[in-house]
Ligand binder design. Structure first.
Ligand SMILES: [Zn+2]
Length: 279
């Protein structure tokens, strides 16, 4: 019998994953090498800046197939990749079987912002998910299907003020545009305070898998405000600077993997032991 080669087997498995994601329309899906590089940099940053063992434990031993600890952290690049390549094909299939329109929704509620000087609290995630749950309850549960996640990015205003801005991205089926817009409406007073459009609803007519992958991604950025030639406020999207990247990594490595993800209505799969919270 030919001896099995675990290395070659793992490579074949990763090629299969890449092919499957490409066939779904995600040709640039992160590779295990990308994850290894990001994980190594992240662990280095966390240790250099004095993050405790409770934050970094096990992260250096994570791999494409398994994690250094039974319950890894949300910041783990390998765990995030596994979750995405297991969840994206399943979610795509389930949404494809749904009749009626699909919507890609972004909610940037002004109440979900906090100063960069304030420590991260997982209550921020619950606050946004509870808000969404209350709003979706108004639509009734019948036929409604949604999956998405909470994430946060850095807003730098024209006067240099820095705030973290929490937001939700999700895909939803089983509802009309008007009903959805009404259920998620944010008052004008609140919207003005945020300085950006708090609610965006777009139809998903193609690139379903890509949109799902986007909704459950794991990264952050800085959005630097500037005035364009017409005097209108615009934002440049740039990578985070070192201190904010540390804040982001530290926050995600202090919560359980999957803590930011939510789903609504019956969901038959929970891949990789990740707990998906029903909002
Ligand atoms: Zn891990």
């Amino acid at each position: 019998m030919k001896p099995s080669n675990p290395g070659a087997k793992a490579t074949r498995r990763q090629r299969r994953i890449a092919r499957r994601m490409a066939a779904l329309g995600v040709p640039d899906f992160e590779t295990p090498a990308d994850c290894a590089k990001r994980q190594q940099r992240m662990v280095g940053r966390l240790r250099r800046r004095g993050a405790g063992r409770e934050t970094t434990e096990g992260l250096a031993d994570c791999s494409p197939k398994s994690c250094g600890m039974f319950e890894c952290r949300d910041g783990c690049h390998f765990a995030a990749r596994r979750f995405r390549h297991e969840m994206v094909p399943r979610a795509t299939k389930i949404f494809e079987q749904r009749e009626g329109p699909l919507w890609f929704v972004t909610v940037i509620h002004p109440d979900w912002s906090w100063p960069t000087t304030e420590p991260f609290s997982p209550d921020r995630i619950r606050q946004a998910q509870d808000w969404l749950a209350t709003r979706l309850e108004r639509l009734g549960k019948r036929n409604l299907l949604a999956i998405g996640s909470w994430e946060f990015c850095l807003n730098i205003e024209l006067d240099g003020t820095c705030t973290w801005s929490g937001h939700l991205h999700f895909i939803i089926a089983g509802v009309t545009y008007d009903a959805l817009e009404q259920a998620l409406a944010i008052s004008k007073v609140e919207a003005t305070a945020s300085g950006s459009r708090p609610l965006m609803i777009k139809p998903v007519v193609s690139r379903l898998a890509r949109t799902i992958a986007y909704c459950i991604k794991m990264n952050s950025e800085q959005r630097l405000a500037y005035r364009d030639k017409t005097g209108r406020k615009n934002r440049n999207h740039l990578p985070l600077r070192a201190p904010e990247q540390y804040y982001f990594d530290h926050a995600l490595c202090s919560i359980d993997k999957g803590a930011r993800v939510f789903w609504f209505d019956a969901w038959p799969y929970m891949p990789d032991g990740i707990r998906i919270r029903e909002v």
